[in-house]
Design a protein around this ligand. Sequence first.
Ligand SMILES: Cc1cc2nc3c(=O)[nH]c(=O)nc-3n(C[C@H](O)[C@H](O)[C@H](O)COP(=O)(O)OP(=O)(O)OC[C@H]3O[C@@H](n4cnc5c(N)ncnc54)[C@H](O)[C@@H]3O)c2cc1C
Length: 407
Amino acid sequence: MEIAIIGAGAAGLAAAAALTKTHNVMVFEQSKDLGGLWQAQVDFKNTALYPSLRTNLPAALMAFLDFPFDPQLIPPELGDYPGPKAVADYLKAFSEEKCLQPLIKFDHKVTSVTRHSSGWLIKFNAHTPLTADAIVVCNGHYTTPNLPLIAGLEHLANPPRHAKHYVEPGDFAGQRVVVWGSNASGIDLVREISPQARAVFWCGHSDERSAFVSDLENVSICADLEAVTSDGIVLRDKQLLTGIDEVLFCTGYQYDFPFLDSEIIKTEAHRVQGLYQQILAIQQPNLAFIGLPYLVVPFPLFQIQSQWLAKVFSGDVDLSRMPKRQKTPRETSQRPPERSELDRGFHRLGDQQIGYLTNLIDEANLTDLPVNFIQMLKAAQRIKQRNPCHYRDIRLDLQDPAGPPLA
Ligand SMILES: Cc1cc2nc3c(=O)[nH]c(=O)nc-3n(C[C@H](O)[C@H](O)[C@H](O)COP(=O)(O)OP(=O)(O)OC[C@H]3O[C@@H](n4cnc5c(N)ncnc54)[C@H](O)[C@@H]3O)c2cc1C
């Protein structure tokens, strides 16, 4: 098959490495470099990363399963948890090892993908359109901020910012800051900002937040935001926060495929609808998505998804378990509210990720996950559970067998 991959981030590189073994692959990347999110940034102003960021997984787990992370890439003071440059360098080394560079067309922004006989027509911002038999979408999902609708935002002293635009803690020096969101970026940015801010009000609904800030005196754990009024910020529990200088939304990102018509793929309640195994479009099984799941170990997951897909495209996977059709929009919109709630966390795998990967491996008869991958995951989880505030400063230890249970 002639396969077009959209995006040369970690997911696009994993897809190219797996698919090029059995198919003709072209990768279209809108920027001038590979690595996606991790590309070395000049000013970090318009990216979800920031200069002081360290990965939240140790390098040994970040790495693709067949290409270890060279420790030389990581400055010694960062231990097992590298910054963006080391990860960008790692992805460059991976693409060299797998000879992927010649497959990538840089400066090729895909603007539309439409059906064309049995395949697809791809249009670009400034290049001649091309056709392909199959499309693999690897455009990432940390680009379009999710901004919750809250009444009265105009009353804020400054317009709210999103984590995507966070650069450095100095921007919050001496201020009273509301941070909204309990996931990874909420945890990291509360810890980043608190040493410089006068007070941080950490809004959200996770009960586990206090463990991450037990050593920070100026952080208060608060309920979710409900509205902003001329008196201040009203929280769900009716507490009123006054004198707030800045509000930082750590409320995640939306799945966004601006080059695909919603007739082709639909995102509803934070779930990309109509996919088999969170990868293959049921209605048009020559369209696929790598990297949608989150709360996972991303690079190995991209790799296994891509290997599964390569086998599917070669006709080597029995797809008899794949539903025959996608639900119509009418059926989907009439789903009861609890169904939409389930959809909301649909791509969030967490403890289910090993089961998900094992299922892909079994279905496509792929090589099993290395035993030490699961051991490392347990060890990293154990370190994080025991040291939620400073886990990045602790070296990974595979000798302690008592890790937390995995589902
Ligand atoms: C703040 C933050 C911290 C994170 N920390 C970690 C971590 O510690 N460890 C970890 O493993 N993961 C982490 N992640 C997850 C991260 O998303 C993955 O590691 C990985 O980089 C995602 O790769 P991707 O290829 O899916 O997306 P991206 O890296 O976003 O790559 C997508 C690529 O597609 C290109 N593209 C997009 N649209 C088009 C178009 N229309 N035409 C052509 N090209 C296009 C983009 O230019 C980009 O190069 C973090 C994410 C965030 C936001």
